[in-house]
Design a protein around this ligand. Structure first.
Ligand code: DAH
Length: 342
């Protein structure tokens, strides 16, 4: 009889010791299982009740229940203490030092090419032009044949081309977009087409195997060379300043007739000749001409009704001139110290 009482007391004390020394919550759960669980030591006492004389059973029951209550209370207290400690450790670990300087967000920056392109687009969109893009991987037929450069024409050699198959290549110019737009047959046309072009050129201060051009095309009834001159003169003045003069030099392009290259008066020296224009007073900026009647025909436009002009500008050339950069490679090096200046 007092054996059982003694045993219950020992269990209670043992549990109390273990609970007090528990260092984390998982341990506390183990203790609950060991003492109060289905196979726990205190539960075992209850299970042995059948061996106790019936009149003593209420007393034994009370001891066991008192012990269980005391163990549960101790566990509650300890759990509260361990919870608080855990929170304290966590708060300490997650402290935010509000005095630390923050990480600066580096805000991106437009590339000089992009700035120059947006400037060119602004000028032409202001004159009612649409901006139309074409594919960088192009058919030989559009890049050459439809532009009046037949299969054995020497002009094909001048543009050392990256061929993908016999008929498909990386476009060497943005001019094929002219043919694509004309073929759609929606007239009149007033468009510019900026984009990347490719040539098998060695890299140097003025060459790169990949660069950008902006093509221009106007087709309507009664378009003349005077319209071309006027348009490009406005363009040059907008881009390089109101005092800029333009000069049209006769040239040859297979897809225009007549063709010209356009020089602008040097905006550094005003045409007197300086280091910037290599003493010339003039700087070449683009090629242009009246769209060849045969090109119009090949693209389904009747040259006896419609005429038009076209031009092609090198975007890098504009960016280099506008920002007085003397080496094209700087545009592709991705050196932030350089790019930040524009
Ligand atoms: N596509 C020519 C080139 O890459 C540039 C050019 C010249 C485009 C005259 C034209 C043009 O549209 O009329 O050299």
């Amino acid at each position: 009889m007092s054996d059982i009482e003694q045993k219950v007391r020992e269990i209670e004390e043992q549990a109390a010791r273990e609970i007090t020394s528990a260092e984390h919550l998982e341990k506390l759960n183990d203790i609950r299982v060991a003492f109060l669980g289905k196979k726990g030591t205190l539960t075992a006492v209850l299970k042995s009740m059948k061996d106790v004389a019936p009149e003593d059973r209420p007393k034994v029951g009370k001891w066991v229940n008192d012990a269980r209550e005391s163990i549960e209370n101790k566990m509650e207290e300890t759990k509260a203490r361990l919870d608080a400690e855990k929170m304290k450790v966590q708060l300490k670990a997650e402290t935010i030092d509000v005095t630390l300087p923050s990480k600066m967000q580096e805000i991106g920056h437009r590339h000089p090419n992009t700035i120059a392109l947006e400037e060119v687009e602004r000028i032409f969109v202001g004159m009612g032009y649409e901006v139309i893009e074409g594919p960088e991987v192009e058919y030989d037929e559009y890049n050459f044949t439809k532009l009046n450069i037949p299969p054995n024409h020497p002009a094909k050699d001048e543009q050392d081309t990256f061929y993908i198959t016999k008929d498909i290549l990386l476009r060497t110019q943005t001019s094929p977009v002219q043919a694509r737009v004309m073929e759609q047959g929606k007239l009149p046309i007033r468009m510019i087409s900026p984009g990347r072009v490719f040539r098998s050129d060695e890299v140097d201060a003025t060459h790169s195997p990949s660069f950008h051009q902006i093509e221009g095309l106007v087709i309507d009834k009664g378009i003349t060379f005077a319209d071309l001159k006027g348009t490009l003169d406005v363009f040059a003045k907008e881009l390089f300043g109101p005092d800029t003069k333009t000069k049209f030099r006769p040239h040859h392009f297979p897809f225009t007739e007549p063709s010209a290259e356009v020089d602008v008066s040097c905006f550094k020296c005003g045409g007197k000749g300086c280091r910037f224009c290599k003493g010339e007073g003039w700087i070449e900026i683009l090629g242009c001409g009246m769209v060849h009647p045969h090109v119009l025909e090949m693209c389904g436009i009747d040259p006896s009704v419609y005429t038009g002009f076209a031009f092609g500008v090198g975007l890098e050339r504009i960016a280099l001139l506008k920002y007085e950069i003397d080496d094209m490679r700087l545009l592709y090096d991705n050196d932030i110290r350089f790019l930040k200046q524009f």
